[in-house]
Design a protein around this ligand. Structure first.
Ligand code: NAD
Length: 539
């Protein structure tokens, strides 16, 4: 890899710069990227000042980096999975030890509030610890029944895909860009990450920590560049793609993966609903709504953007929710003193502003907020609650991906569920009721990959043993749990025949008659007699 010799003069001036991030660290992080001579600078959201230049790859550099990662994969796959798990656990410890530095970097490049950065670091520590303890268990082979039990046996095992590409957006540069890498590595793959142009530094620090934790450096490599310039080259180079981003980009990427006949998991957009039932704990629901709508300044795929409230508690809920929203403290500091940070890019601020202006022009009522906040920072926007939103308004069905939520009064839970299921997405949802059984029953009626009863968004994503992902236009595939690691593997069936002689055709005809009789018998027995058996021998 080519390194950049010197950090630019004027790179991080202290006033614009978190305490712990120094130019020497930035220089070290840069050396992990292949470089073609071009540097791209994004702006720090808190201040608008340029962030350090990021060495850009081109398609040839991507192909070369992919070759190097692929060359290292075989020996990594042969490393016993228990050792790969141990690297993940050491990585988790390194993340804990570097918690503050990771938060500093992440706030610097994304503008998120300290508390949201800290939750994100904690999330990835948990992912590394989870797959560091369960990877082998999830990928344990199993026996399968065969047509001729006793004579032919079958074992199913899981082989790594080979080289996995991971492309993730800027909003969660650790949880998404690194969290999805961990199970791929534990499964024995090499990984090629495409860093997002806005937020590559946290990812680069995490990769450095993983190498220090014992990961062979060639096994996980990072390239930087825009999707338009190097996205295709990444997809062309890998055996499987894990993509997180918008539905529009996801569709284009799916087409390219289809042409190459490689698998992909696509974690895409959402317009997530929350339902407040007549019997809900209204204060708790209002607090949960604030967290679900305004965490990460609303730039959260599983954030809530529409709330359906039963008419019996509508006024009470709206008062509590708006009151709590008004009390949120906006700010751009590197402490826990603020509740909501900045939007990350000018594009996000423009979309947020456009959605609010369009809604207001068409008759929506602003219950609180409604304006950009240049007095706090160049990309800040008020946390905003809208009422009287109609289907004619953009904000009704389109993802804002900013701190804007619409509140609707409904006459019944049935109506709430019907409205929650409107639209093209199906990522996450939230239901509030004191009757937990009723809550779970409503959850099962909602078209969403995850539904949180009496929580806004966090419970499902933090339940690492449970799969997480989208239905409909919110995506294909799942992260977390068994599904989150098995996706990075190919199942392989190995059959063994005790009597290696091929049967003569005459014998086959007899055998078929016996098999049909046995099948008739099996159809008469309960299906639990035919459950797969775990395989505990050598894999
Ligand atoms: P985006 O699709 O524009 O970009 C996401 C990433 O894809 C970026 O790193 C970008 O460089 C890359 N990219 C863009 N075009 C590409 C191409 N042709 N080939 C390869 N890579 C390409 O998304 P965004 O607007 O930056 O991110 C916000 C979106 O991501 C929202 O819609 C949000 O809901 C979604 N998201 C989904 C999840 C989830 O888990 N479902 C999580 C976070 C964000």
């Amino acid at each position: 890899m080519t390194s950049v010799r010197s950090p630019e003069v004027g790179d991080p001036p202290s006033a614009d710069h978190p305490r712990a991030v120094d130019p020497a660290l930035i220089h070290t992080l840069r050396t992990q990227l292949p470089h073609t001579g071009a540097l791209r600078r994004a702006a720090a959201p808190f201040t608008g000042q340029p962030l350090p230049g990021v060495p850009q790859a081109n398609p040839a550099a991507v192909a070369e980096t992919a070759r190097s990662a692929r060359g290292a994969q075989d020996s990594w796959a042969r490393t016993p999975i228990r050792e790969r798990e141990a690297v993940a656990r050491r990585f988790a410890r390194a993340l804990i030890e570097n918690h503050d530095l990771l938060c500093d970097l992440m706030q610097w490049e994304t503008g998120k509030a300290r508390v949201h950065a800290a939750i994100e670091v904690q999330g990835v520590i948990s992912v590394a610890s989870y797959y560091g303890r369960t990877g082998a268990e999830h990928l344990r082979g199993r026996r399968a029944r065969t047509a001729v039990p006793g004579i032919v046996s079958a074992r199913v095992g899981y082989r790594p895909k080979g080289l996995v590409g991971v492309i993730a957006p800027w909003n969660y540069p650790l949880f998404l860009a690194v969290g999805d890498v961990i199970p791929a590595l534990v499964a024995g793959n090499a990984v090629l990450s495409k860093a997002d142009s806005q937020a590559p530094w946290t990812l680069l620090l995490a990769r450095k920590l993983a190498v220090e934790a014992g990961l062979p450096p060639a096994v996980w490599q990072v390239v930087a560049g825009s999707g338009a310039e190097i996205g295709s080259a990444v997809i062309d180079a890998v055996d499987y793609l894990c993509f997180t981003g918008s539905t529009a980009t996801g569709r284009a990427i799916a087409r390219q993966c289809a042409d190459r006949l490689i698998g992909a998991s696509l974690e895409l957009g959402g317009k997530n609903p929350m339902i407040v039932c007549a019997d809900a704990d209204v204060d708790a629901a209002a607090t949960g709504a604030v967290q679900a709508c305004f965490s990460n300044a609303g730039q959260m795929c599983i954030g809530v953007e529409r709330i359906y409230v039963h008419e019996r508690v509508y006024s009470q809920f709206v008062d509590a929710f708006v009151g709590r929203t008004r009390r949120l403290r906006l700010g751009s500091d590197y402490t826990y003193a603020t509740d909501m940070g900045s939007l990350t890019s000018r594009r996000q601020l423009e979309t947020t502003t456009a959605h609010v202006e369009d809604a207001v022009a068409k008759g929506a009522t602003v219950l609180t907020g409604g304006r950009p906040r240049p007095d706090v920072g160049p990309l800040f926007h008020d946390p905003t609650v809208l009422a009287d939103v109609t289907a004619a308004m953009t904000v009704y069905a389109e993802e804002t991906f900013g701190p804007v939520v619409s509140v609707y009064r409904v006459a019944s839970e049935d109506e709430a569920v019907r409205l929650a299921n409107e639209g093209e997405y199906g990522l996450s949802a939230s239901v509030w009721t004191k009757d937990l059984g009723r809550g779970r029953a409503l959850a099962r009626l909602i078209v969403a990959g995850a539904v949180n009863v009496n929580d806004g968004y966090l419970s499902a994503i933090a339940a690492l043993g449970a799969p997480m992902g989208g239905m409909r236009s919110s995506g294909v595939g799942r992260r977390h749990g068994r599904e989150g690691i098995v996706r990075y593997t190919e199942s392989q069936t190995v059959t063994t025949q005790r009597v290696p002689t091929p049967y003569p055709d005459r014998m086959r005809a007899g055998l078929l008659r016996v098999m049909n009789s046995t099948t008739r018998l099996k159809l008469a027995l309960p299906s639990r007699f035919f459950m797969p058996q775990p395989f505990r021998g050598r894999r």
